[in-house]
Every structure is written in C-alpha cells, then in structure tokens.
Design a protein around this ligand. Structure first.
Ligand code: CP
Length: 338
C-alpha cells in the first residue's frame, strides 16, 4: 500500500499538522463518532498493541485512549509512573527503544515536551502527546470538533481563553486557532502573559489563515465578541504550590455570571478541558475554600451547569478524536491526500 499522509506520524505539537490535516482529523473524528453511535464496527487497529504512559494523573485522556483502542480492535496497556522505570532507573531513549520494539503506538503524558520528542525520535512507532508542559494537542482536536459541531464552521469564530497565558492548553489553543482561522483572545494578567515564542509562532500561522491573535489583561473587553469562552484551572499540575499567588492574580478572570453577561453573541458556548474547580465538593476544592475562602475558582457553578456549557460534550469528543488520531497514524487507512 502506498504511503499516505498520516501513516507512521506522531502528534507531538499542533505545529506538526497542516490546516488541511487538522480539518481532516476533525471530520474523521465526527465520522467515527457517528459510527460509534450507530454501533458500526471500525476496527482499524485490529491486533495492535498500544502503550499508555502516564507520569501524571488523568481521567479523560486515559479513559479516551483506552476505549478508543478497544473500539479500534487494539489492546491498550496502562504503564503508570509507579509501574515502570522511566526517568527513575531508565532514560527516555532506552525506554523508547524497548517499548517501540514491543508496542505499535505509544501515548505519553509527562512533565516535559522534550521527553515526548525523545520518545518520537527513538521509538520507531507513532507517539501521541497526551499532555506535556508545553502542549496538549489531542485535546485540541476534541475542542475544535466541539466548536464545529456547535456552529457548523470554525473559520471566523472568536475563541476567548480566559485563563493564565503560560499554560499548555493556552499554547495549543492559540496555535490551533491561528492555523484554523479562528480569532483568538487570551485574557490573562500581565505577569502570566503567554510565552512570546508561542505568540510569534501563532502570529506566523495567523498571517496565512487571517485569524487575529490578541493578548489582553481586560477580561470584559476580551469576552465581548466571543463565540466560545474557554477556561482552565488557575494552577496546572505541578504548580499547586503557587496557588495563593494565582488566586490573587486570577480572580478577575473567573468565568462567572457577571463576566459572561458581557458576551454579545446570545448563542455563545463555554468550554473547559476539565477537571474544573467550580465548587467545593472535592477534597481539593474544600482545601482551597478553607485556605482562601473561595468555593468556586476558574468557573462558577451556575455558568458550569448553564445551557451554554459544552464541557461534557467536549470530554466525550476526546474519545472520538483520539480514535481518529490513532487510526489515521497507525491504521492501514488509505488517505492519499487531504
Ligand atoms: N482534559 C484532560 O486532559 O483531562 P485529564 O487530565 O482527566 O486527562
């Protein structure tokens, strides 16, 4: 079978794929979702073995890769931080050489982007970035798929990310928006403004797509033209020690009833990659409430459960889109061009 556009490729960063390829992956995700809903088999990875490497905890990414693998006919094997030698007794390169000789594809969630890149360099099989310090690319296919399902298009929409700018999700959202022609606004305190390198990459893509890329510390101005308001935890995994400072800086950026009242589009939607701190019903939520007197953080309960909220559709779409990414890069699908 001749080489196709996706076969054997890794997804490490949104920069790895062109606009046409990302659009194709979104369309294919929607097709696979339809097949799943109709109980039509789609076992493109029959007999393959998939390693799921997790240095950090996960609900959605782990569940999505597991179910997607099984639906595609593959066997997923979870290898958590406590289970394997990676980083402790064995280098990333050696781990890549060993796992690449046994598995057909590897998902990696870890602390460093350079580690997912090293895996891809040495494993000889597709590597899928399940979140690093720099990017969260599998999340992006689900997010933009959810937006397309809602609005029937992507180009020309405005996405406002109301959250700290130095964050893997922010980086990937900014770059993906720029590639796909979605106008992007990051509302963030000046101290947490995005990495200028990421902004430069996004602006370069935006020159081609026509998207606008804006960074502002004014949340009200930022949300006015939004079709989609997206938020995320104030402290990412590993940053919890900085919480007191983050609460102080991020409070004006909370997505609450007052802030969303400034959105002009009555049909706006709210996204969140989850988990969200929208009440004090979790142990972590309780601890934050006791320490800072704050029962809701990046998003309030009323907005989180409002008719505009689409975060649970977005979470479900993680599975369909991860399935598309795995099938396209590892399956024997014939996709000669997009
Ligand atoms: N959005 C996301 O990556 O969720 P998990 O951390 O639960 O995988």
């Amino acid at each position: 079978m001749p080489e196709t556009v996706f076969q054997g490729r890794s997804l490490l960063s949104m920069k790895d794929f062109s606009r046409a390829e990302i659009e194709w992956l979104i369309g294919f995700s929607r097709h696979l979702k339809d097949l799943k809903k109709r109980n039509v088999p789609h076992r493109y990875l029959e007999g393959k073995n998939i390693a799921l490497l997790f240095e950090k905890t996960s609900t959605r990414t782990r569940a999505a890769f597991t179910v997607a693998s099984i639906d595609l006919g593959a066997h997923p094997e979870f290898l958590g931080k406590q289970d394997i030698q990676l980083g402790n007794k064995e280098t990333v390169r050696d781990t890549a050489l060993v796992l690449g000789s046994m598995f057909d594809g590897i998902e990696f969630r870890g602390f460093k982007q350079e580690h997912v890149e090293q895996l891809a360099e040495h494993a000889g099989v597709p590597i899928w970035n399940g979140l690093t310090d720099r990017e969260h690319p599998t999340q992006m296919i689900a997010d933009f798929m959810t937006m397309q399902e809602e609005f029937g298009k992507l180009e020309g929409l405005t996405l406002c990310y109301c959250g700290q700018g130095r964050n893997n999700v922010q980086n990937s959202l900014m770059i993906t928006s720029a590639i796909l022609g979605v106008n992007y606004v990051n509302a963030t305190p000046k101290e947490l403004a995005p990495d200028p390198e990421v902004v430069a990459v996004a602006r370069k893509f935006a020159e081609e797509s026509g998207a606008t890329i804006t960074v502002t510390d004014d949340p009200v101005e930022a949300v006015k033209k939004a079709d989609v308001v997206y938020t995320n935890v104030w402290a990412a995994m590993g940053e919890e020690g900085q919480f007191a400072e983050r609460v102080r800086m991020m409070r004006p950026y909370q997505v609450n009833a007052e802030l969303v009242s400034h959105i002009e589009n009555p049909n706006y939607i709210v996204l969140h990659c989850l988990p969200a701190y929208h009440n004090a019903e979790t142990e972590y939520g309780k601890e934050i409430e006791e320490k800072y007197g704050l029962a809701e953080m990046e998003i309030t309960d009323d907005v989180f459960y409002s008719s505009h909220a689409r975060q649970f559709e977005e979470a479900e779409n993680r599975m369909h889109s991860i399935k598309a990414i795995m099938a396209a890069t590892l399956g024997d699908l014939y996709i000669p061009s997009v």
